[in-house]
Design a protein around this ligand. Structure first.
Ligand code: ZN
Length: 111
């Protein structure tokens, strides 16, 4: 991230990437517009532009997930991240929740 995003031709393109679900869970902030909830301890009212870590449980935020599906709203979030030069990656909340659900099912069959 960083320099390669500065060019005039830079566009947002969705990429598929394999990420460890636990890693995301430890660095996740759920956002609804500007304010969000810590994915770890569920603390409310966190601002992803200001809160680099959770004041309650101390995890650092690297991933954002949102319920918003409107591309214009998503675009606003991405632009803010870029403008503020934040080290945050927006992930698809659905993908994450589905992968978590799969983990939960797997856990059911663990002995
Ligand atoms: Zn927390």
């Amino acid at each position: 991230m960083g320099q390669e995003n500065q060019g005039n031709n830079s566009k947002f393109i969705r990429v598929w990437k394999q990420i460890d679900g636990d890693l995301i869970r430890k660095h996740l902030l759920y956002i609804d517009d500007l304010y969000g909830t810590c994915g770890n301890c569920k603390r409310l009212g966190l601002n992803y532009l200001k809160d680099k870590s959770c004041p309650q449980c101390g995890i650092t935020f690297k991933y954002l997930a949102t319920k918003l599906t409107n591309p214009a709203e998503i675009g606003k979030i991405l632009s803010r991240i870029q403008k503020e030069n934040l080290d945050l990656t927006l992930i698809e909340r659905d993908d994450f929740e589905k992968s978590s659900a799969r983990d939960a099912v797997k856990d059911l069959f663990k002995t």
